[in-house]
Write a protein that binds this ligand. Structure first.
Ligand code: DAH
Length: 359
């Protein structure tokens, strides 16, 4: 009996050691310890032995059973840690590898243009402010010195929403200028912000979309004057379009929220029917600006005797179309991947004044 048990032990432990995987190991377990397994069968025979034999053989069989069980558990643990090792080495990422040169995705020209102008104005000390797309007419018009019945309200082709619970007028903002008001109400001068964001007007053709983007600029302090406004915007135009000698001119204009007001043109050429930005004898309007109207400052609780400043606003799609030669505004919103692959930007080329804006 002893001999048989020793043989069985050697054999079973050998098969456990040789099991190549968890399935093979389980087969060994069943053949040794299962209902009809070798060790189980031998235990069934114990009843036929004399009480003395039964005790010694029983002890031997129990010890064998424990040893085999422990050997199976140990082998199982080996398989588990081998599986974890394999997973770890399979899933290992080499953090020292350079970023993938082209992941396939593209940054939309509107996002790119916002990043670029944020880089330029950021360098000049402006921070980015935001406001809600859904506005009250106080912020969108009244506080900006556009009174009820003022023709500018009609000119803005406003989308009106059902009135608020208190009966006040609610609309989709027609420009980013209401964020001037919100900022001046909340922050004490000096203020130096740009406000990129969505705007809405009921208009649709090759150069107008019911939703488009603007960027607003606002500077309020005790010393800024028209010379700063001009310097700031000339500098911006040249940096944004990447043309050091880009001609920039200021034409008198009218906005209810600025006095004096101006429109800014940049130089271009239209020779041969092709539009090119740069010195070329022709002009292209790109933005509106002016010194913040004293009434607007007063509407926000800022003393116009002490403070003054300048503001400007421009269409983001418009300057993107000019810079990147995109002919039709409507294509910006069609989500056409071919268009995005053509006009989009590589995500890793983050624009900055040191690494450069895309040209
Ligand atoms: N809000 C004007 C518009 O939507 C743009 C504008 C012009 C903004 C002059 C300004 C400004 O801040 O000073 O057409």
């Amino acid at each position: 009996m002893q001999e048989q048990i020793d043989r069985l032990k050697g054999d079973t432990l050998g098969r456990i050691a040789a099991a190549a995987d968890a399935a093979a190991l389980d087969q060994v377990r069943v053949s040794a310890l299962g209902k009809k397994g070798d060790i189980t069968e031998m235990m069934k025979q114990l009843g036929r032995l004399t009480p003395d034999e039964r005790r010694t053989t029983g002890q031997l069989l129990n010890a064998l059973k424990d040893e085999v069980t422990a050997a199976i558990a140990a082998r199982e643990a080996e398989f588990r840690s081998a599986a974890i090792d394999a997973k770890l080495s399979n899933e290992r990422i080499d953090m020292t590898l350079p970023a993938r040169p082209d992941a396939g995705g593209r940054i939309h020209p509107v996002s790119q243009t916002i990043d670029e102008l944020t880089a330029v104005f950021g360098e000049m000390g402006f921070t980015v402010a935001e406001g809600p797309d859904i506005e009250g007419d106080f912020y969108n018009f009244t506080a900006l010195n556009i009174p009820p019945e003022h023709p500018a309200r009609q000119a803005h082709d406003t989308f009106y929403l059902p009135p608020a619970a208190d009966g006040s007028t609610v609309l989709l903002r027609t420009h980013t200028s209401p964020v001037q008001i919100r900022t001046m109400q909340q922050v004490k001068p000096p203020i130096r912000i740009i406000v990129p964001g969505r705007t809405y007007r009921c208009d649709y053709d090759a150069t107008h979309s019911p939703m488009f983007h603007q960027v607003e600029g606002l500077v309020v302090d005790e010393t800024s004057h028209m010379g700063h406004l001009k310097g700031c915007l000339i500098e911006f135009c040249r940096a944004f379009f990447g043309i050091d000698d880009l001609p920039v001119r200021f034409r008198p204009s009218y906005f209810p929220f600025t006095e004096p007001s101006a429109e800014v043109d940049i130089g271009c050429s239209r020779a041969g029917g092709e539009l090119r930005i740069g010195a070329g004898g022709d002009w292209l309007e790109i933005l509106g600006c002016g010194m913040v109207h004293p009434k607007v400052l007063a509407n926000c609780g800022i003393d116009p005797q002490r403070y003054q400043g300048f503001a400007f606003g421009m269409g983001i799609e418009r300057i993107a179309m000019l810079k990147y030669g995109i002919p039709d505004l409507r294509t910006f919103y069609e989500s056409d991947l071919r268009w995005l692959r053509h006009y989009g930007f590589v995500p890793l080329d983050v624009p900055s004044m040191t690494s450069g804006l895309s040209q």
